[in-house]
Every structure is written in C-alpha cells, then in structure tokens.
Design a protein around this ligand. Sequence first.
Ligand code: SAH
Ligand code: SF4
Ligand code: F3S
Length: 464
Amino acid sequence: MTDTKRVFIKSYGCQMNVYDAERMGEALAAEGYQQTQSVDDADLVLLNTCHIREKAAEKVYSELGRIRVLKEERKAEGRALSVGVAGCVAQAEGDEIVRRAPTVDFVVGPQSYHRLPALLERSRAQPGVVDIDFPAEDKFDALPGRTRPGLISRGPTAFLTVQEGCDKFCAFCVVPYTRGAEVSRPVARIIAEAEDLAAAGVREVTLLGQNVNAYHGEGPDGRVWDLARLCYRLSEIEGLARIRYTTSHPLDMTDSLIEAHRDLPTLMPYLHLPVQAGSDRILAAMNRRHAAEEYVRLIERIRAARPDIALSGDFIVGFPGETDADFEDTMRLVETVRYASAYSFKYSSRPGTPAAGKGEQVPEPVKGERLQRLQALLNEQADEFNRSMVGRTFDILLEKPGRREGQLTGRSPYLQPVHLSAPHAAIGDVMQVTVTDVAGHSLFAEPVGSVSAEAPRVAVGGAA
Ligand code: SAH
Ligand code: SF4
Ligand code: F3S
C-alpha cells in the first residue's frame, strides 16, 4: 500500500489543451499527485476536453461511459475514483455534463483550473460541483512555477501560452465562447516561465494563443509589446535555441512579425496561417474579414522576407451555403499558395455559433467528396515539400529516442520528424544534418557537423 495518489489526464483538441494539462498536472503535483499513463491505477481521472467539432465533444461522453464502469468496479473493491471534466466542453456545457454523466465529480473550465485542488476537495463532500466562472484574477498568477517533472520523457520542447481567448468571432467557431475574450499575458511573466523551462532543459518553446499573433502584452517598460518584440526578447534567453508560435490569424500578420521571420534566426521558418476557404463570399459569411486575394498577397510578402518558410493552414469544407464554385475557389487558392502541411475539416454545426442557425447546410456526402479532393491535393503538396528536402542541410533539434538502437528522432526547422543514427549525440542537442531520404512525412538524415556550441556535448563523429 502506498499513499501516493495518481492522476490520469487525457487531453483532446488543440495544443493549448496539452499545455493546460501540463499546468493542471503541476497544480495537482503540489497536492501530492503523481501522473500516470494508465487509467487503471489512477485515483483521479481528468478529461481535458475539446468542443470544436461535434465529434470531439461527443467523444467525451463515450469515454465517460467507460470510466463509469471502472468507477463501479472500484466501488465494489472499496476504492474511490474521482472523475473530473476540464477544457472547452466543461466551459460550454457546465452543469449539463453532470446531468448527462452523474459519474462526474467535478467540472472545471479553462479559466478556473488554478482552483482545481480546492474544487477536487469540495467534490469529495459534494460530488457534481461545477466551476466554469471566468474569474477576475489571472489563473497564471495562482499556478505553481514550471518545474516540469519528468522532463526527459517530455523532451526538450515545451508549449507556453502567451495569449488566450479570441475576439474574432468566426461564424463557425466556439472558441470565443469557451475561451473568452482575448487576453495577453505580461511580458515579464512569459520571460520568467521561459527561463524556468530553459533551466529545466527546454531548448524550443512554441508560444501558444488562439490568436497568438494578436499578442499585445504589457512590457517591462510599461509599453505594449507585440509578438515580434516578444520573440526578440525570448531569443536572448540562454539555452533556448528555437521559437515557434501558433495559431495566427491573417489579419494580425504584422510587418514587424514578417520582419522577425527575416531577421531572427531563432524564429523557425514554419507558419500556421489558416485561411479556412478560398471564396470571398464564404470568407465573408464566415466573418474572416479579408478576401482570398489579400491572403495570397500576404503570403507573397511573407515569402519575400523568408523564402524557405513552410506554410501550413486550416480549411473547412461545406460551410453553410458553400457551392461547387465556392469550393473550386478553395482548390484554386491551395494551388496558388502551395502548403507544406495543412489540416482540413468538414464543417460541423456548433450550438450557439452564428452559422449554426443558417438554413443552407451542405449535405454530408457533398462535404465528404469535397474533403477528399482537398485532402488529396494537400497531401500531394505535403509530399512534394517533403521530397524537396532530400540533399538539404540544416539543424535539427533531437527530441526523443528513435525506434532502433542508436537512433534518435528530431525535428527539422520546418517541423518535420527527422530520424538519424547518431550514437554520440543526446536528446536536446541541436545538430547539423543532411537529409538522405524521405518516407511519408518523415525524413532520414546523416549528421554533417558537430552539436551546437551551447549544448553540453562534444563533437559528434561524421559517421551515421
Ligand atoms: N484559433 C485558431 C484555431 C481554431 S480551431 C484559428 O483561428 O485558426 C482550429 C481549426 O478548427 C480552425 O482553424 C478551423 O479550421 C476548425 N474549425 C473550427 N470550428 C469548426 C467547425 N465548427 N467545423 C469544422 N471545423 C472547425
Ligand atoms: Fe475561432 Fe476564428 Fe477565433 Fe480562430 S480566429 S479561434 S477560428 S473565432
Ligand atoms: Fe478545442 Fe478548446 Fe482548443 S474547443 S481546439 S480545446 S480552444
């Protein structure tokens, strides 16, 4: 018998949920909880949920069904199991979750999880408690520092939320309702967190925000800093070799950020810049507030500043009222831009969003056909981008052991996984490699230089 309590956290949805899960884990660690990868030895199960599409939200209830059975088995054995629901379904559905799934002991929203330990305590006396208030205080102020226990298993990369919420109100999207209004964290807090992470061995941070390039945080000089300025400041932190950020909105892609891509070697040449659709009529109906041509011009300016930049995007097919001609506009835009990678989805009607009430819903089979055609084109472009890497030399950050003995897996500047055999290198090293082959989305490479000067290791031999 042991006193150690174990928590199993399962995250759905976007990278911000992954970040939130890590912070919730840290808050619970302060209460004596260790994380476990298996629901079977957990004393607490926390589902960190996503509300973005219907499928994502419904997954939670099937998972809760399985957990209910486990909880009943435990009860028969005289052992307790606490069940919590966090994340965007928690925010969107609140009490409804407890009504539909009475097995849930507590519900906690993305803005209130700093109160998780107290809520867990309350739920022991009174199961079914719900805390989804958007509190006046900043949750980040109340959370413990970033100690990142078990860093090696997490690798030398970390997410860091710098901005949260969204004021854009795209007609299809639940995020402004689940995450609230746009809020930027103060620069000093972000720097302190990044320094803690770097001290724990992190070499790459991905700055997160629902609208990260709209970042406008209070600087130490009392002025408002934009994302570009923040990236320059983060680049000064010792040990941090790489910076990425996601997700951006085309309207907030400022000149200063484009210049940062030109001038800042730590800012990785990869940009996720969703456009959603290529038809001006649909873009207007989606409330994206720009035309397709403006997006194409923006991409040209970004590429002029950083010619090798890898572009990624999100697309929705079958938005209400989308005709064949509208969809062809999307295909044409993709042909023009040429993406290195992209995500595409069938439109999913979400309760409470403006588009949900629209009459002209596109039939499911039509959505399916369009998605297939779009994905075929996007895959072709991704393959072409990956193939163009063969023979190229660049730095990779080694992130984890590879599948075979002596093998390591890292990431290219363009976010592709790169496998190589480098027996003398270590996780966390930045290493120059030449790409020798490509298979699917993965690259294979050989070391050409030595590990970077900041890394604690000595030179790596040329042999692969
Ligand atoms: N803040 C980011 C990401 C939002 S959610 C952004 O603005 O790009 C991630 C992606 O999910 C969106 O870009 C969109 O392509 C997709 N998405 C959002 N709501 C959706 C819906 N109702 N149906 C289908 N896809 C949706
Ligand atoms: Fe959703 Fe649009 Fe905001 Fe992105 S910009 S989070 S798609 S409302
Ligand atoms: Fe999903 Fe919420 Fe992220 S709805 S995509 S978890 S912001």
